[in-house]
Design a protein around this ligand. Sequence first.
Ligand code: MEV
Length: 728
Amino acid sequence: MIVILEPDADVAHVAAALQGLGLWTRPMAGGSPAMLEVEAHSASVAEAVVLAVPGVAQVRSRVSPHPRVDVMSRTFTLPIAGGASLVLGRDTVLVAGPCAVESAESIAQAAALVAQAGGRLLRGGAFKPRTSPYSYAGSGIQALKWLAEAARQHGLGVVTEAMSELHVDAVAEVADVIQVGSRNMQNFALLAAVGRKAKPVLLKRGRGASVEEWLMAGEHLLAHGAAWVLFCERGVAGLVGETRNTLDLAAVALLRHAYELPVAVDPSHGTGRRDLVVPMAKAGAAAGASVVLVEVHPEPARAKSDGPQALLPPQLKELGEHFGLPPVVPANTALPPYTSRYPEFYKKSVAERRRAVIANLGLSHDAQAYLRHGRLDFAIADKMSENVISTFALPLALGLNFRINGRDYLVPMVVEEPSVVAAASNAARMVRAAGGFRGDATASIMTAQVQFDHVADPPAAAEMMRQRRDVVVAAANAAIPRMVARGGGCMDMDARVLDGPGGLVVLHLYVDVGDAMGANVVDTVAEHVAPLVQSWVGGKVGLRILSNLPLRRLVHVECDVAADMLGGADLADGIARASNFAEVDPFRAATHNKGILNGIDAVAVALGQDWRAVEAGAHAYAGLGSDYRPLATWTRTATGLRGVMELPLAIGTVGGSTQAHPGVRTAMEIVKVESARELSVVMAAVGLASNLAALRALAGEGIQHGHMRLHARKSDVFTAQAEHKEIR
Ligand code: MEV
């Protein structure tokens, strides 16, 4: 058995705890995560018991010869030039460049080609292993400098090979990813030296190496501290006389689909022939390689090495287009300031709007690619839900004109109802003229509930819980050490006596979940604390779950809007009267709040939030008093109207689908918020804008004439532009 430790665990401490269970362990060589191998003469202990030891992250009962490869993260976030980053193992990444870095000029030309084709990493050898001692063997240390400079200028990262232990330091200085070449796959001294640099490594498979030997070479790198290993198939000795090697696509598929490991494919060495590189690159990607590594040369006929397998510039471009890769914007290109004002955006084509946003926002390569294809991979979809048979698309649109707390926001919105985005953008334009929205949110405090039924003396039990507040809070925090380390955790508690069978007491735990939506965190807390409290108060433990009415997680927004902007004093009066109508009539308040949630939900869907939780919280909050009430109200001011809104919003900027769904990640890049609190203010502002737009239409010419007319687009897309004009 192998015990894998948490990153910050104290190895000696964990070993001592395991010894207490009868498990004798010895530490395995290597860096993070630390691992303990359980010796054969140890007691037999259930996996669940070992997992319960503090500091233990995982247990592997089947001992593999490459445990570090087995537990290595399947993705690696690689920061590259200009503050950008790639997620290797997940993003489709094109790595390209010449076989050798021949001169400063030629590598600069190659870098420009790579960036234009959408490549993210520039490859090129400074030290070349050559079969003949008389062949060009690279330009050495000075070539590393040329390579680094060319990559920097074009916003690319660097992959280059360390051929000997002597050059590892120099290579590690410029390489974002260190390459270990095919010939050196089993040069264990080199693997150790490269591993010690703690960088990600691209490990080429040896020409005659089995998959197991290849994986063991990866294990060597990781055992010596390599940050991550990307296995690169580059062709093995084969029977096809006309190709340099045989690109083993079955091995690519095996690593990707059976081992679920990150794989790169190198069809240039795999075939040795320019005419076969593009088709084999496509085949490699289809087999499961997320990284495609190819050679390209500005003038292959003049290349000092491997000219016949170097792609011509148009071929590289074709490959980039095939993978839907947008050109890389050099890091030093100045971007215009972030604005939410895009006049006449509606008049442009979808492609023109996309280009304008991409140019303005400096979006990541992934986000740009997502905007182009709008696809959710089946593999991701399959992990997000169950019984998946396909994916389902909706329009991703932008709410424009939003200015909130003095900052512009472009707000991604996903909604199937026409007019919601146009209406919110139009209202935001009117509010903007009066200075924009103002808002604030409380800390992200969620409520966990623990139900105790059949409690003998409910008031006494509730009092006992309150008196032991500090113990309850400490027990809750023991369940979520990472959240506590991030500055969150259980802050307070309360106990409520309710009507229930034989005495119902409900414990509330108030947990600051930081930037997470927090459902998992609070459910964990509730489950952890329940048995302890039950041991004091007796009864039967019932539900242990969050409340979707998080009264300590409120957001407040308000705004002013001039009567002139609205279309005159009569309209302003009409909106104030409409607001009053909702205040005195729950039938109207329900529709009024639906109009608010039109905007909030659209942002929630675009940003991967649990919109059912948002809806539940909003309606429960509206119904808290004796009557169901409007969440937003509008009153007349000297110049126009003031709108005020408050509601609970349980949303997050980390966890959930925020990381998994490429569309959500793209939307997060567009909205550019720093925290969940900031996002909740943005969402509430969109809700208030939607409400204003709806009331203005209702108080004016009527919903059918104005607001709802965009519904006509459902049946006739060609009428849309004319109608858009009217709503702006
Ligand atoms: C329609 O989706 C929303 C409205 O009914 C909201 C309202 O009546 O305030 C227009």
